[in-house]
Write a protein that binds this ligand. Structure first.
Ligand SMILES: [Zn+2]
Length: 377
């Protein structure tokens, strides 16, 4: 092909992409808006709208209120034109979710299945993923891929888990899944997946420190709108920051890691109650012991937040399983503690709280394929 031919093709693709991205951002747009805002000719816009509609990517759905004359069609993308499946693997269960092109998790479920690094486990988990897809009647051609969030640090190419002490899954291989599923597969450290969802939900943030308060703790650092991976993929593993050298033993072999104070497991251990039992009791304010346990928990969390804020001067995001349990009074408590001993005051709007609870890593993992798809248009 000559150079001119190539240029025409890439220009066509750029225009199509621009129109799609514009509609995607606006959620609903009229043809005239597109012409005006993208400064494209009416015929070019019409042509691209026709192509996008024929491809099944957009639809004319409803009308805008008329300001005189004919009512304008509201043009929208079709959110479930493609979907991504997200999986969050834990010791005794896994979470599964289906996510549309706007990142909405329109289906979530938890399936009990104890983890073991055996082919029988991988047979079962992939079998259940296929069952999930089949039962919900998601067409195979719609599925962009299955993205798996697991506890444990992955290799830079995401092909395997290189450090998986909690679940004893060091060596977990992407092929354990991909050989058994007829879809593209991707493997991620669950903390990084959670960070991907928080970043997706807060596109305005340049930087942030994420506290993933799951059964085991996790964390991530966002800088320059990206998740910081680090030279050996362990940036943001704030769960192993030592806050007391004589503290309880952590699964990593060291003492006094934040994990031993601020994971959901640590909270359950300290109270002798499950998380679901703990919070109603706490909010009932009838047990001074429970209130004390929660204050201890918040003190340790605030201690880590304060110190990390010196390294990364940015908002803090509380994410994961425990996040939906946080109330305004807890945020105020954290701020009081942080600001009582810091030269730099943290503003209230610098503590953000995630809303997806235990499904955060699974949904975040699925976004890997959603983002890839959106970039491909
Ligand atoms: Zn540790």
């Amino acid at each position: 092909m000559n150079e001119k031919g190539l240029t025409t093709i890439s220009l066509k693709k750029i225009n199509k992409s621009k129109v799609y991205q514009y509609i995607y951002q606006k959620k609903a747009a009229s043809k005239l808006q597109i012409v005006q805002d993208l400064q494209m000719g009416l015929s070019t816009v019409s042509q691209n709208l026709n192509i996008l509609e024929e491809d099944g990517l957009i639809e004319r759905n409803g009308y805008f209120d008329s300001t005189g004359g004919r009512k304008a069609h509201a043009i929208r993308i079709i959110p479930d034109f493609r979907i991504a499946i997200g999986i969050g693997i834990l010791k005794n269960m896994f979470h599964v979710t289906a996510v549309d092109l706007y990142g909405n998790a329109f289906y979530t479920d938890t399936i009990t299945l104890p983890y073991s690094n055996t082919s029988s486990y991988y047979e079962q988990v992939t079998g259940k993923i296929k069952e999930f897809i089949c039962e919900n009647r998601y067409e195979a051609k719609k599925i962009l891929g299955v993205s798996i969030a697991t506890q444990g640090i992955t290799s830079p190419d995401h092909a395997a888990v290189t450090y998986g002490t909690i679940m004893d899954n060091t060596g977990m291989d992407l092929r354990d899944f991909s050989q058994r599923l007829p879809y593209p597969c991707h493997l991620e450290h669950d903390s990084k997946s959670a960070a991907a969802l928080e970043l997706w939900s807060h596109k305005e943030l340049d930087s942030a420190v994420i506290f993933l308060l799951n059964r085991n703790m996790g964390g991530a650092i966002i800088t320059d709108h990206q998740i910081h991976q680090g030279s050996t993929m362990h940036s943001g593993t704030i769960e192993h920051i030592c806050i007391n050298p004589d503290g309880p033993l952590c699964y990593c072999g060291n003492r006094g890691c934040l994990e031993t104070y601020c994971s959901a497991n640590a909270l359950e251990h300290a109270s002798g109650l499950s998380v679901k039992e703990f919070f109603p009791l706490l909010r009932g304010k009838k047990s001074p012991r429970i209130v004390q346990i929660w204050e201890d928990y918040l003190n340790h969390l605030a201690f880590a937040m304060k110190n990390l804020n010196m390294v990364i001067d940015a908002p803090v995001i509380i994410s994961g399983y425990l996040a939906p349990y946080f109330m305004e009074e807890d945020i105020d408590y954290l701020l009081r503690y942080i600001n009582s001993a810091s030269p730099f005051a943290l503003e209230k709007n610098y503590i953000l709280v995630g809303v997806h609870g235990q499904y955060t890593p699974a949904i975040g993992a699925a976004l890997f394929y959603v983002e890839k798809f959106l970039q491909s248009i």
